[in-house]
Design a binder for this molecule. Structure first.
Ligand code: 5GP
Length: 187
């Protein structure tokens, strides 16, 4: 059977990746999201196994030692990683899987021989930097230092857009989702 595609979606924190991905999951059949593991604490609206596998530092390190991760990184003092099992369970059935990961993790996946033929990489941009600032402040779940640090990281992430096959500007959720659907269909 033909393997499914791996669709990497990156973009600065607050750009609206999560909302766009939820829209894609509603619209596209046989498309799944790989639930990542993280050591950061859940936000108010987040639940274990739906948004992330929330692990302690020790649990995360054990999973690293067991070789359970396709890739993992440290982002803002916390570990984040894609579990290989989250990808293979769908890809082997010929279904497509979204990886919502940072630019460093994306580079690691792009360097893997195993998935090089089935990889689509998309970077989501905010219409303006001001827009990103307003969204991060509107979230209200982040502390001020956290927002500052995420804005700082956003600058770094933007510097990595050259490694992506496609760039999509999030002017509206439905336009961005439709643009991504045409990319997936084309690939
Ligand atoms: P947040 O704390 O806002 O949920 O995520 C922070 C950053 O970590 C985002 O850029 C997000 O894409 C990235 N991220 C989430 N899960 C993973 C993962 O499994 N691997 C990598 N490399 N980055 C991740």
């Amino acid at each position: 059977m033909k393997k499914g595609q791996l669709i990497i979606i990156s973009g600065p924190s607050g750009v609206g990746k999560g909302t766009i991905i939820q829209e894609l999951l509603k619209l596209v059949p046989n498309l799944h999201l790989a639930i990542s593991a993280t050591t950061r604490k859940p936000r108010k609206n987040e639940t274990n196994k739906n948004d992330y596998y929330f692990l302690s530092d020790v649990e995360f390190s054990t999973r690293i030692e067991k070789g359970d991760f396709l890739e993992w990184v440290i982002f803002q003092d916390h570990k984040y990683g894609t579990l290989t099992s989250e990808v293979t369970k769908w890809v082997q059935k010929g279904h497509n899987v979204i990886l919502e990961i940072d630019t460093k993790g994306a580079k690691k996946v792009q360097d893997l021989e195993e998935f090089s033929h089935e990889l689509v990489s998309i970077f989501i941009m905010p219409p303006t930097f001001e827009d990103l600032y307003n969204r991060l402040h509107g979230r209200q779940t982040n502390l001020k230092e956290d927002i500052d640090s995420r804005l700082h990281m956003a600058g770094k992430e933007l510097a990595a857009i050259g490694q992506y096959g496609y760039i999509v500007v999030n002017k509206s959720v439905s336009d961005a989702a439709n643009e991504i659907i045409s990319i997936i269909e084309k690939e």
